[in-house]
Design a protein around this ligand. Structure first.
Ligand code: S3P
Length: 416
């Protein structure tokens, strides 16, 4: 089995969410080509529709008709964010300002994920939010005007950063978010916010009353989706795959940097620098060696760790992930789920509080894989299954649709 051909990918999930949410507060039509049609981004659109923000989708182009925040409508029922942490946490930064009560709910996985991380800063700004022990459902109550804050991020998280910055758009005074480890920068980039460096810290600031510019654009292909096909092409012999117009945002490319260090044959050609960098990636089968993964790269690699670990099983040497405790609060506990599934394939894996480690190369034996409803686990083990020639049985492959409904059909197109 080999991977050959040329593909384009649906729009990046993080950028698609932001495209919809940011243009929802700009009273005009915005147009986004290559908008992601995945379940998570549909959750964002359906929450916005309940708040009175209409859209239409033609092919993969989104037309969104924004309104001033003061003209948003009270939803008749709770807003349902499905599986989507980005919908929930970014939308929260806007819901705190509304002059009516609104509630966000989600599926079983999202209902277990921590919301205290956004409730704390939004409350410090003057927001009134109730939740049960920091979990959904989360209710936003009307309050007076919010005030800007200076907020050092307690964990490297673009979702927390974005929630605070969005709230800052409508707060009194300046809001500043301070990062020591850099998380993905789509929010500041797309909104054109000011960013400065001070003593090794990165500070993003927004003045209250800042007007969102027209951010209409073509959304680059999702690098986190591309990651699965890149993995297949690297590890299956005689493969040669080109991925067109993929996001090359430098806060998202740590996966490519690590792969290059591992010995991957990757040719990268940037085709656009702004508003979001993108380009073409050509991947060929390669002999790989595991390398050390530096702590500061973890935030920019966080969603790719499951598939990087699958590649690690095919590479020679010690594979170790550490400083990645955040993996425990993703769509599943990705440390526990990766360790459990890799062990089922016969691999000896050590589990730590903030990561896991093993030695490659390893050829997986027959095993039943539990996705725990996590899209990235389903896709990572689908690639693992191709590599080992079909020894794995995956319990819920359909959950891939959370980020990539066309994953299996795209894979079929390039598999020879
Ligand atoms: C995202 C940020 C990351 C990432 C998630 C999408 C975003 O989460 O894991 O898939 O679009 O801002 P955290 O901000 O919680 O690290």
């Amino acid at each position: 089995m080999k991977i050959r051909g040329e593909i384009s990918l649906p729009g990046d999930k993080s950028i698609s969410h932001r495209a919809a949410l940011f243009s929802a507060i700009r009273p005009a039509e915005s147009v986004f080509e290559n908008f992601s049609g995945n379940e998570d981004c549909r959750s964002t659109l359906s929450c916005l529709r309940q708040l009175g923000i209409e859209h239409k989708i033609v092919g993969s182009t989104l037309y969104l008709y924004g309104k001033k925040l003061s003209q948003w409508q009270q939803p008749g029922r709770p807003l349902y964010a499905g599986n989507s942490g980005t919908t929930t946490r970014l939308l929260a930064g806007l819901l705190v300002h509304l002059p009516f009560t609104s509630t966000i709910t989600g599926d079983a996985s999202l209902s277990q994920r921590p919301m205290g991380r956004i409730i704390d800063p939004l409350t410090a700004m003057g927001g009134r939010i109730t939740a049960t022990e920091g979990h959904l459902p989360m209710t936003f109550h009307p309050t007076g005007s919010l005030r800007g804050i200076r907020y050092p991020l307690p964990v490297a998280s673009a979702q927390i950063k974005s929630a605070v910055l969005l709230a800052g758009l409508f707060a009194d005074g300046f809001t500043e978010v301070i990062e020591t480890k850099i998380s993905r920068d789509h929010t500041e980039r797309m909104l054109g916010l000011s960013v400065r460096e001070e003593e090794g810290q990165r500070i993003v600031s927004v003045p209250g009353g800042y007007e969102v510019p027209d951010i209409s654009m073509t959304i680059p292909g999702d690098i986190s989706s591309a990651a699965f096909f890149i993995a297949a092409a690297l590890t299956l012999p005689d493969s040669d795959l080109t991925l067109k117009n993929v996001s090359l945002n430098p806060t998202r490319t740590a996966y490519l940097e690590i792969l290059k260090k591992m010995g991957a044959s990757l040719e990268i050609e940037e085709t656009q620098a702004r508003p979001e960098p993108m380009g073409n990636i050509r991947v060929k089968s390669s002999d790989l060696q595991n390398v050390e993964i530096p702590a500061e790269m973890i935030p920019n690699l966080i969603d790719e760790i499951p598939i990087l670990a699958v590649i690690g099983t095919r590479a020679v040497g010690h594979f170790a992930i550490s400083h990645a405790r955040e993996l425990r609060v993703k769509e599943s506990d990705r440390i526990k789920v990766m360790v459990e599934n890799l062990r089922r394939t016969g691999l000896h894996v050590d589990e730590f509080d903030d990561g896991f480690a093993f030695c490659g190369p390893h050829h997986p034996g027959n095993a039943a894989i539990s996705t725990h409803g996590d899209h990235r686990i389903a896709m990572a083990f689908t690639i693992a299954n191709m590599i080992c020639g079909g020894n794995l049985e995956i319990d819920d492959p359909s959950c891939a649709a959370v980020s990539f409904p066309a994953f299996y059909t795209t894979l079929e197109k390039i598999t020879r």
